[in-house]
Design a protein around this ligand. Structure first.
Ligand code: S3P
Length: 425
C-alpha cells in the first residue's frame, strides 16, 4: 500500500467490533445452551479462525454480514475434530481454546501460521498442566503445533507471572470444568472481557482487584450481544486526528472499558482533548469519540501500571510520541516482543527508517519527539498493528511511503484502508 501525506481528515467512522469480545462471544455462546445472536461481530481473519475451530468442534454457526447466530450445545456439547484446529494468526483463539479443550473427553491438535508457531505457549501449558491437562508438542517444546489431551481437571490457585488476559482466560475457562474453585491472580489487571461476558452468560465469576475466582459447572444460557467498536482499531484514527492540522473525526460506539482505555489516558496526559459523547453501558461501557487536532503534544512516561490497558496500542502511541515535545519513555513492555511480531523491534526499526530519534530498550523504547518524519518502505512483517500504525505515520511524513504486506490488516480491520481513505476524500 502506498500512502502520501495528508493533513486534513474529516468524517464519521464506525470501527469494527472488538476483536477480543468477538472471539469470546463465539466461544462462550458455543458453551451456552440455545441460540445466541451476536451483532457487530468482527469479521476479521482472527475471529473467523475461531468460528472455523468451533464449527469443527460440532457447533453450528451462521453468519449474515456482521451478525452471527451460534447454536450452543452447553458445556459438554463439543465434539472431537478429526482435523487439526487451525488458529491461523490468532493467539487469543489458540490460548483460550486450549483452556476449554483441556477439559474435554477427547484430544485435539492445534496449529497456526508461521507467526503463531513462534509465540510462547508454555504460559498456558504450565497452569493447564497443573490442572491435569496433557500437552504433547509436535515440533518444539512450548510452541505450536501441539496435541492437547483433555481430562478431568482439578481446580488451582494460579499466580500468573504476566498480566495477560489470554493466560487468565485460559485458566478461568478450564475452571468451568474443574473440581473446586479456580483462582487466578495477575500482577496488574489485564482486559476483563472474559469475566464480564462469562458472568453475563450465567457463570459465577468473582473479581476482587487482580484476583478472579470461578465456580465450576455453571448453566450457561444463550443471549443477544452487541459488540462495541474496538478501541484498538479506533486508536489509529485517534492518532490521525490528533496529528493532523485540520481534522474532525467522529468515532461511533467505541468500547471504553477501563481495562482497555489506556490510550485515552495517555493522549490526555500528552495534552489532547478527546471529547466523549453518548456514554452508555450494556455489558461493556461504550461511547462516541470526537477527535480534533492537538497542536501541542507533550511527551510522557508509560509504565507497568498502564501497559496492560494499552498493550496493543503501543505501536501507534510510539508514532504519536514522534510528534510530541520531549522524551517519551515506554517501559515494562517486554510483552511486546511476543506479539504477532517483536513489536519493540519492528516499531523502532520502522520509525528509525522514517527519521525518528528512537532507541530500543530491553523492555520498551525511548522516543525523542519533534524530529520530522520522512517517507520509507516499511515491512509490516505480516503484523496488522504494524501495518496500520505505519500507514498513519506515513500520512504525516514527507514524501510517499510504502507499507509492505499491508493485506494483513484483514486480521483485525478488513476495511481499514477504505475507512482511512474515506476521511481524506
Ligand atoms: C488479548 C489479550 C492481549 C492482546 C491480544 C488480545 C485477548 O494479549 O495483546 O491482542 O483477547 O485476550 P495478552 O493476553 O497476551 O496480553
Amino acid at each position: 500500500m502506498k500512502i502520501k501525506p495528508c493533513s486534513s481528515l474529516k468524517g464519521e467512522i464506525m470501527v469494527p467490533g472488538d476483536k477480543s469480545i468477538s472471539h469470546r462471544c463465539i466461544m462462550f455462546a458455543s458453551l451456552a445452551k440455545g441460540i445466541s445472536t451476536i451483532h457487530h461481530f468482527l469479521n476479521g481473519a482472527d475471529c473467523l479462525a475461531t468460528i472455523q475451530c468451533f464449527t469443527q468442534l460440532g457447533i453450528s454457526i451462521e453468519e449474515k454480514e456482521d451478525t452471527i447466530y451460534i447454536s450452543g450445545k452447553g458445556l459438554y456439547g463439543l465434539q472431537e475434530s478429526t482435523k487439526t484446529l487451525d488458529c491461523q494468526n490468532s493467539g487469543t483463539t489458540m490460548r483460550l481454546l486450549s483452556g476449554i479443550l483441556s477439559a474435554q473427553p477427547f484430544s485435539s491438535t492445534l496449529d497456526g501460521d508461521s507467526s503463531i508457531r513462534k509465540r510462547p505457549m508454555n504460559r498456558i501449558a504450565e497452569p493447564l498442566s497443573l490442572m491435569g491437562a496433557h500437552f504433547q508438542w509436535k515440533t518444539q517444546e512450548n510452541f505450536a503445533p501441539f496435541k492437547l489431551s483433555g481430562t478431568k481437571l482439578q481446580a488451582i490457585e494460579y499466580t500468573s507471572p504476566v498480566a495477560s488476559a489470554q493466560v487468565k482466560s485460559a485458566v478461568l475457562l478450564a475452571g468451568l470444568y474443574a473440581q473446586g474453585q479456580t483462582k487466578v491472580i495477575e500482577p496488574e489487571l489485564s482486559r476483563n472481557h472474559t469475566e464480564i461476558l462469562l458472568r453475563s452468560f450465567g457463570a459465577e465469576v468473582v473479581s476482587d482487584g487482580c484476583t478472579h475466582t470461578i465456580m465450576p459447572e455453571p448453566n450457561l444460557v444463550a443471549r443477544d450481544i452487541f459488540v462495541p467498536g474496538d478501541i484498538s482499531s479506533a486508536a489509529y484514527f485517534i492518532a490521525a486526528g490528533l496529528l493532523s492540522q485540520n481534522a474532525q473525526i467522529y468515532l461511533q460506539n467505541v468500547g471504553i472499558n477501563p481495562s482497555r482505555d489506556g490510550i485515552l489516558k495517555v493522549c490526555k496526559q500528552m495534552g489532547a482533548n478527546i471529547q466523549i459523547f453518548n456514554e452508555h453501558q450494556n455489558d461493556e461501557p461504550t461511547a462516541d469519540l470526537l477527535i480534533t487536532p492537538c497542536s501541542h503534544l507533550t511527551a510522557c512516561t508509560i509504565d507497568r501500571r498502564l501497559i496492560p490497558s494499552l498493550i496493543d496500542e503501543l505501536p501507534i502511541i510510539a508514532v504519536i510520541a514522534c510528534f510530541a515535545e520531549g522524551t517519551t519513555i515506554i517501559k515494562d513492555a517486554s510483552e511486546l516482543k511476543v506479539k504477532e511480531s517483536n513489536r519493540i523491534h519492528t516499531v523502532v526499526k520502522g520509525l528509525s527508517d522514517m527519521g525518528a530519534d528512537i532507541q530500543e530498550t530491553e523492555d520498551g523504547m525511548i522516543i525523542h519527539g519533534g524530529k520530522p518524519l520522512h517517507c520509507a518502505c516499511i515491512d509490516s512483517k505480516g503484523d496488522h498493528r504494524i501495518a496500520m500504525s505505519f500507514s498513519i505515520a506515513a500520512l504525516f511524513a514527507e514524501g510517499e511511503s510504502e507499507i509492505l504486506n499491508s493485506e494483513c490488516v484483514n486480521v483485525s480491520y478488513p476495511h481499514f484502508y477504505s475507512d482511512l481513505f474515506s476521511l481524506i476524500n
